[in-house]
Design a protein around this ligand. Structure first.
Ligand SMILES: Nc1ncnc2c1ncn2[C@@H]1O[C@H](COP(=O)(O)OP(=O)(O)O)[C@@H](O)[C@H]1O
Ligand SMILES: [Mg+2]
Length: 370
């Protein structure tokens, strides 16, 4: 295997807590990021994403553990001597300089020749689709353009690894979605390893080759988007990525790769896919995504995961109809039906109070031990 671009080995970062004691901002994190990979750190606010990135940049030193970039131990290497560059959420452009000067700044500090600076700045501006804008003042640019210049400024230095801390966070939704695709295309074009921090799960799924889902300083799961969404390894990841229904139960047994679970306080058995090492008698959580449940008006022919229910609420949201169904006084599930046919007929949709049947494939019910 080729050497990872970035390696984080059992890294801990503690900060003194203003109220006394210590905060474990990063708690025994181990990551291997491949050369040329678009790798995201994803998790809720305060989970340790920025602290991890700042340790890669060299702005913070690990309390313990090691950081390697391109095979070199970086723990005591200052930021300017690392082959990395960082892009922040608030672009931090120099307001009194024009676009060209902003992008050239880092190279001028390195005393690169004028001809070389000119060539590289133009190349970086072309990469972010801002050719010919060199004379503009940064105050004359839109938010999206400013973020492009911040990117060009980082790329012009040709770092081995680009670190991005919620770089699209300040943009409105439509522009953010455009920039996500642009940034992903740009990363593929330049081939630089990106380590990208976001709390937006859809953003991470859209852009990343692999994602590390973080919570409370720990990396709970690392994998490609489909694996994170389809095979979360714990309840936190299943809950944080997308939406899901949870059912609590007791594992009865596993046979032919399928787990049978007795749902707690319900007259209901679910057949699902075991996620991890499980043993009979153990308490489990079943996760079923709302788009993976079939809603039928007649009883289905299959005789597993087949439950009668009543429609409690219907929300039409354009692309989908979101149906809340009640299976018992203590159990409701959310089901999403894709609106495949364009119609104004209200009878084409489920209605409140309607009797229905639910069913799902065993593969669509993930049985988790925690
Ligand atoms: N310089 C600091 N001093 C004290 N606590 C800090 C410092 N930086 C971060 N923290 C704490 O460390 C935890 C992780 O913070 P951070 O890495 O910024 O999270 P994220 O970027 O995921 O929102 C939080 O509890 C935060 O309050
Ligand atoms: Mg942060």
């Amino acid at each position: 295997m080729t050497e990872p671009a970035v390696e984080v080995r059992d890294v801990v970062k503690q900060f003194p807590n203003p109220g006394g004691g210590i905060v474990n901002a990063v708690d025994h994190v181990t990551l291997q990021i491949r050369d040329g990979e678009f790798f995201s750190l994803l998790g809720p606010s305060g989970c340790g994403k920025t602290t991890t990135l700042r340790m890669l940049a060299g702005f913070e030193r690990p309390t313990s553990g090691e950081i390697y970039i391109k095979g070199q131990l970086m723990n005591s290497t200052p930021p300017y001597a690392r082959p990395v560059n960082m892009v922040f959420q608030n672009y931090a452009l120099f307001p009194h300089m024009n676009v060209f000067q902003n992008v050239a700044f880092g190279l001028e500090m390195e005393r690169v020749s004028r001809a070389e600076i000119h060539r590289r700045v133009e190349e970086a501006l072309a990469l972010v689709r801002m050719s010919g804008m060199g004379a503009r003042r940064s105050s004359q640019l839109s938010g999206g353009q400013q973020q492009r210049i911040a990117l060009a400024r980082a790329l012009v230095k040709r770092p081995a690894v680009l670190l991005l801390d919620e770089p699209l966070g300040a943009l409105d939704l439509k522009l953010r979605k455009e920039m996500q695709l642009e940034l992903k295309a740009l990363q593929q074009q330049v081939g630089i390893t990106f380590v990208y921090v976001t709390h937006d799960q859809e953003e991470a799924l859209t852009m990343s080759d692999r994602i590390a889902v973080m919570s409370q300083g720990r990396a709970l799961q690392v994998g490609p988007p489909a694996e994170i969404y389809e095979r979360p390894n714990c309840r936190f990841v299943a809950d944080f990525i997308g939406e899901t229904n949870f059912l609590q139960g007791t594992l009865i047994g596993i046979e032919a790769g399928h787990a049978t679970v007795a749902v707690t306080n319900e007259d209901m058995q679910v057949i699902g896919l075991p996620g991890g090492d499980l043993h009979p008698g153990q308490q489990v959580t079943i996760s079923v995504r709302p788009e993976k449940i079939r809603l039928l008006t007649e009883p289905p022919y299959v005789n597993v995961n087949r439950f009668p229910a009543r429609v409690q609420d219907v929300s039409y949201i354009g692309s989908d109809t979101r149906v809340l169904v009640r299976l018992s006084p203590s159990l409701t599930l959310s089901v999403w039906e894709q609106n495949r046919i364009s119609t104004l007929d209200p009878n084409a949709y489920f209605t409140r109070g309607q009797e229905v049947w639910l069913t799902w494939l065993p593969e669509n019910a993930l049985v988790l031990g925690e």
